[in-house]
Design a protein around this ligand. Structure first.
Ligand SMILES: NC(=O)c1ccc[n+]([C@@H]2O[C@H](COP(=O)([O-])OP(=O)(O)OC[C@H]3O[C@@H](n4cnc5c(N)ncnc54)[C@H](O)[C@@H]3O)[C@@H](O)[C@H]2O)c1
Length: 254
């Protein structure tokens, strides 16, 4: 068991990638603090762990609220005696399908809030615990779009993930002396219901087929491909890796 005796907080567990990470971490023996703004689907993820749930819990939180983030980590401290792993997965593009000339301050703020500010604040709260215990692993969710959106859309999302790239590298340098590793995972297109639902079946077919034809491995990612990378970065196998942004893109250089 690669995460035996480890406690991990995972955000975004109502989504496909967060759920896949929860299932993977639990199968490797971790006790989980699962969180999401969507309590109904978050609870379903906890239930999906079955017998592997053990002492794991689900806590609802809106990660765009600093107060709720602070409360989440306080409750985490009350539930477990250590926090070994933080997997910051919650996020998404909330200004999708918007051309550059249509961007609004509100849409930009929303993307920065859920993808970047929440990530930084969760890192802040986790690092307080991890610095005290002189050990920990933080894994942030980036995106290949951190290099800049390749289309006329997704600019505020790309900028927010560029921020995740930056905070990951910076914190890795700051927290290394406390034996805390900070890394990020940067997927290309992943097969998730959230995007399918947002764009509709026909558009999804076009987008995913086009992406698969451009990725050298000939397909887009499954949520499990991304969860496996989170697991590697959470496990002892990555003990000497920090400050890295690992691209899960099937070989594509977007
Ligand atoms: N799907 C892709 O192609 C892809 C590619 C690269 C990166 N990512 C990243 O992966 C992560 C997970 O995305 P996904 O594809 O599984 O989508 P998803 O929408 O299924 O999952 C995102 C989760 O975040 C939660 N969330 C949103 N706002 C929240 C808030 N204010 N507080 C707490 N939780 C909140 C949602 O409820 C949802 O469960 C995101 O950070 C996304 O940017 C996705």
């Amino acid at each position: 068991m690669r995460l035996a005796q480890k406690n991990a907080l995972i955000t975004g567990v109502a989504g496909d990638i967060g759920r896949a990470a929860a299932l993977r971490f639990a199968a490797e023996g971790a006790t989980l603090i699962l969180t999401d703004i969507d309590a109904h689907r978050g609870q379903q993820t906890l239930e999906a762990l079955g017998k592997q749930a053990g002492n794991s819990i689900f806590l609802q939180a809106d990660l765009t609220s600093e107060a709720e983030i602070v409360a989440l980590f306080e409750k985490t401290r009350q539930h477990v005696d250590r926090l070994d792993i933080l997997a910051n997965i919650a996020g998404g593009d909330y200004e999708a399908m918007i051309g550059f000339d249509e961007m609004t301050a509100e849409g930009i703020a929303r993307n920065l809030s859920i993808n970047l500010t929440s990530c930084i604040l969760c890192c802040r709260e986790a690092s307080k615990i991890m610095m005290e215990q002189m050990a920990g692993k933080i894994i942030n969710m980036c995106s290949v779009n951190y290099r800049g959106a390749p289309t006329p859309m997704q600019h505020s999302y790309a900028a927010s993930k560029g921020g995740v790239f930056s905070i990951t590298r910076g914190l890795a340098m700051n927290l290394g002396m406390y034996n805390v590793n900070v890394n990020a995972v940067a997927p290309a297109l992943v097969d998730v219901a959230a995007i399918k639902d947002a764009v509709g079946a026909e558009m999804w077919e076009a987008i995913s087929t086009d992406a698969a034809s451009r990725y050298p491995l000939g397909r887009i990612a499954k949520p499990e491909d991304v969860a496996n990378c989170f697991l590697f970065l959470a496990s002892g196998e990555s003990d000497f890796i920090s400050g890295q942004i690992i691209e899960v893109t099937g070989g594509a250089r977007l």
